[in-house]
Design a protein around this ligand. Sequence first.
Ligand SMILES: [Zn+2]
Length: 311
Amino acid sequence: MKHIGYITHSDCMIHDMGHFHPESPMRLQAIDTRLQAQGMMLDLTRMEAVPADLSVIERAHPRQYVHNIEQIGYDAMRGDLIPVDGDTSIGPGSLRAALLAAGAGCQAVDAIMAGSIDRAFCATRPPGHHAEKSLAMGFCLFNNVAIAALHAIEVYGLERVAIVDFDVHHGNGTVDIFRDDPRVMVCSSFQHPFYPNRHVEAQGDHLIMAPIDSGSDGLVYRKRVEKPFFDALDRFKPELVIVSAGFDGHAEDPLGELKLVEDDYRWLTTLINDIANRHADGRIVSILEGGYHLGALGRSVCAHLEMMLHD
Ligand SMILES: [Zn+2]
């Protein structure tokens, strides 16, 4: 059994974009409840997330952008909900939650590199993969997976880090940040055409894009990603695998239109494990992105963690 850190913080729930917003604090509650109900929490090492320093976030985003988000975050502490794009806003608890979400990934890298855990799952929000270098969008403020990858590269001298993004939406922000940085291989599967339709055409040996038709089930999905992703990852030989773990490709999800089920997340996780075991000493940092059906989200995270754990 692997030693898995479950990194979270109750303050990730104080980021609240309004009662009817799908990216709700209840998502973390749903994951927690399900893990407890399954008895899985006993096998995980619960770790309290610590906020990232701005300098750590500035590895992925320009200083001006980070300070702008910080300023809006402070302004919002007066009690307002300040919109930063059509579906993303910053409220009184948002800056604190965003710093914790960015910090959790770095903390996961630190604990794994120190050998105190083998792998980690960050149950944090806001998510991050839509956040481009200088653009907050799609419920995302800071790109948590990119910040974790750059932390591993700059602090531990890793030369090759892979990011596997199986959220139903394209990881446009992650592609934007690494499009000219071959130290990081980005593999993103996504419903297409679909939100956000940015940087989909990005080209490079280190950018592996798998657009999937709306309505596709797990069988179609598996065929579409198995060889492109995992052959490329095998050639790349990552020293660390980071996962943009979005579960909105689930058949029950209200936002996505793919038909994945828990077993598809088990299958994906097994292949990710194999790559990590072959090249990265088993090191995996998985960070929550989307997933908006509370029941399906809880079950899918359980399926994902089950495979990370019993490997
Ligand atoms: Zn998504």
